[in-house]
Design a binder for this molecule. Sequence first.
Ligand SMILES: *[C@@H]1O[C@H](CO)[C@@H](O)[C@H](O)[C@H]1NC(C)=O
Ligand SMILES: *[C@@H]1O[C@H](CO)[C@@H](O)[C@H](O)[C@H]1NC(C)=O
Ligand SMILES: *[C@@H]1O[C@H](CO)[C@@H](O)[C@H](O)[C@H]1NC(C)=O
Ligand SMILES: *[C@@H]1O[C@H](CO)[C@@H](O)[C@H](O)[C@H]1NC(C)=O
Ligand SMILES: *[C@@H]1O[C@H](CO)[C@@H](O)[C@H](O)[C@H]1NC(C)=O
Length: 416
Amino acid sequence: MGTSRMFRVFVVLGSAFMILLIIIYWDDVGASHLYLHTPVSPGPKIPHPAPAQPRPQTSRTPSFLSDIDAFVNQFLEPGTGEPTDPVPADTSNQSEKAEERYIPRREWKIHLTPVAAELRERQEQRRRLLQEMCANDSVVFPGKNRSFDDIPNKELDHLIVDDRHGIIYCYVPKVACSNWKRIMIILSESLLRDGVPQRDPLAIPRDLVHNSSMHFTFNKFWKRYGKFAKHLMKVKLKKYTKFLFVRDPFVRLISAYRNKFELPNEDFYRRFAQVMLRRYANQPTPPASVDEAFSVGIHPSFSQFIQYLLDPQTEKEMPFNEHWRQVYRLCHPCQIQYDFVGHLETAEEDAEHLLRQLRVDNVVEFPTSHRNLTASSWEADWFSTVPVEARRELYKLYEPDFRLFGYHRPDSILNE
Ligand SMILES: *[C@@H]1O[C@H](CO)[C@@H](O)[C@H](O)[C@H]1NC(C)=O
Ligand SMILES: *[C@@H]1O[C@H](CO)[C@@H](O)[C@H](O)[C@H]1NC(C)=O
Ligand SMILES: *[C@@H]1O[C@H](CO)[C@@H](O)[C@H](O)[C@H]1NC(C)=O
Ligand SMILES: *[C@@H]1O[C@H](CO)[C@@H](O)[C@H](O)[C@H]1NC(C)=O
Ligand SMILES: *[C@@H]1O[C@H](CO)[C@@H](O)[C@H](O)[C@H]1NC(C)=O
């Protein structure tokens, strides 16, 4: 009897001791975790207690208890939709920063309503369509049957990886890609302003957004991980949330043309417009610079741009430029199982749903665009100058994109 009671007392005391150990250990892990993930310049190691909050006397426990406080406060704060961001955008006071390190970061909002069934169903359908089209042998395109291991390294340069949140984004130029790249930069917290991570997507200058040194893409894995790169990529592809945004392929081409050839762009003028003018506009010596060309009103027509895309010579010289390269060649949708497929046509709803699914809707918002987007209703006008035969050939060139992502064959412009 006596020994059994003693035994029970020991068990209880032992358990209490273990729990104490766990609490202390948890405290350390929590603190170092936050420290690692907060790339502010190292300030004082010991936090100053916040003046307003009463603190317990034990030296081990303050940050643990303040974690709990912060956690509980999340539920008590009024649901104004105001981000409860522990890193204010423009304070740079060292002692305040040291304080922040001990507040756990919640990057998502607490929502009282689930994502609309309609939006979830829409994603389900888009993912299912991709699977069906990848399995359907009547949908044929180069590279469809290869395995992920056979994809050359340089073709993985459009997959941007964010290890902090476990996100992979395949960017498709002309499909809101600047804005999504901005969001990836913000999530990576690699861009600091006054010592704290930049939080406003539109404050990031354009040339920085498209500077590849700002983005950690899969093709850079080789430099860093050598022969383990492919293995590591596969692990990340399995664990992370992968997304891309697409739009109607023909409308994307119109948008590319308007942006690169109707506006003066020296780089595109030299690399592409001069070639088109020489080949299809009877201009053996086109103006030397884009300013000269625009001052005399010369630029390739939309029809010449399409002719350039259909010319077998074009691909022989170099692969399509990313602004008009097919999405199936940029993002490998049959090798990578995307978790989220956004459409530009439903960009705002999709963006909100996606940021919520990624659990980062507290730190970033998708910037709403006030520019005039290229609209599908203009398609007939734009293609009116392109011969019907060329339109059909162009459709063949982009048919996999139409089918993989559920865009209807534009019968009205193909059957004339
Ligand atoms: C930071 O705040 C402390 C007190 O809150 C103040 O003494 C100090 O001057 C501030 N430092 C800066 C750089 O603003
Ligand atoms: C494959 O696509 C064709 C249309 O090109 C369709 O008729 C067929 O039913 C599809 N096959 C499967 C198994 O879905
Ligand atoms: C892919 O494989 C299927 C059979 O599994 C075959 O019918 C098709 O021709 C192959 N496509 C390519 C592009 O190799
Ligand atoms: C991209 O950024 C790096 C460093 O941030 C800079 O050295 C490089 O010149 C930039 N490239 C372009 C094309 O702006
Ligand atoms: C957008 O389109 C409308 C009507 O089509 C036009 O009046 C307006 O000037 C356009 N805005 C810009 C910025 O191009």
